[in-house]
Design a protein around this ligand. Structure first.
Ligand code: GLN
Length: 190
């Protein structure tokens, strides 16, 4: 059985666990350094508040451990705040993140009025899927080797670089499992 660790310091981690479980994976909450010693096949960084999550990762002394696992090839999927934490460059950021993925993003990119909205757009070649955005970032630059998987209104909202997958939206807050299935089948199982 595939074993996925879900970072559970803050934010929407339960929803990720539910959808992964529905797809047949086993999930574990990662809350402290010791949890990272368990064997996992993939890691999910949920949405929430990237500043709070990064502060906790630093205070709990987990930032470097997670970073080296990703650099060693552990498949990782970051949604919303998770995207911000993985991005090498972030506009409006106050706390350093993992910074492992060659993308630049803007936090709270849609401003206050458009803080939350829904859209439907193509995800890679898997058809149109519902996308829920909550005070979301979008990607303003993607380096070579970064594959663009989805765009909404000309803005990049999903991308992949080898073992790293990010979405600006929250697929775990819809009942459409396309993105999680992509993560499990194309990146974790290989
Ligand atoms: N605005 C949040 C941040 O900057 C992200 C929002 C989310 O994860 N839904 O971290």
């Amino acid at each position: 059985m595939i074993r996925i660790g879900v970072l559970a310091l803050q934010g929407a981690f339960l929803e990720h666990q539910a959808i992964l479980k529905h797809l047949g994976a086993e999930t574990f909450q990662i809350r402290k350094p010791k949890d990272l010693e368990r064997k996992i096949d993939g890691l999910v960084l949920p949405g929430g508040e990237s500043t709070a999550i990064c502060k906790l990762l630093i205070d709990l002394d987990m930032m470097n451990q997670i970073k080296s696992k990703i650099q060693d090839g552990l498949p990782v999927f970051g949604t919303c705040a998770g995207l911000i934490i993985l991005a090498k460059r972030v506009k409006n950021k106050s706390v350093p993140g993992l910074e492992t993925m060659d993308i630049e993003c803007v936090r709270n990119a849609y401003g206050r009025q458009l803080g939350s909205f829904r859209a439907t757009s193509q995800f890679e070649k898997f058809g149109k899927i519902p996308m829920v955005f909550i005070r979301a970032p979008y990607i303003t630059w993607a380096g070579r080797g970064v594959e663009i998987l989805a765009e909404v209104d000309g803005k990049i909202v999903a991308a992949r670089q080898k073992n790293q997958l990010v979405t600006a939206f929250h697929p775990e807050l819809t009942d459409n499992p396309t993105v999680h299935r992509y993560f499990l089948e194309k990146m974790v199982k290989k």
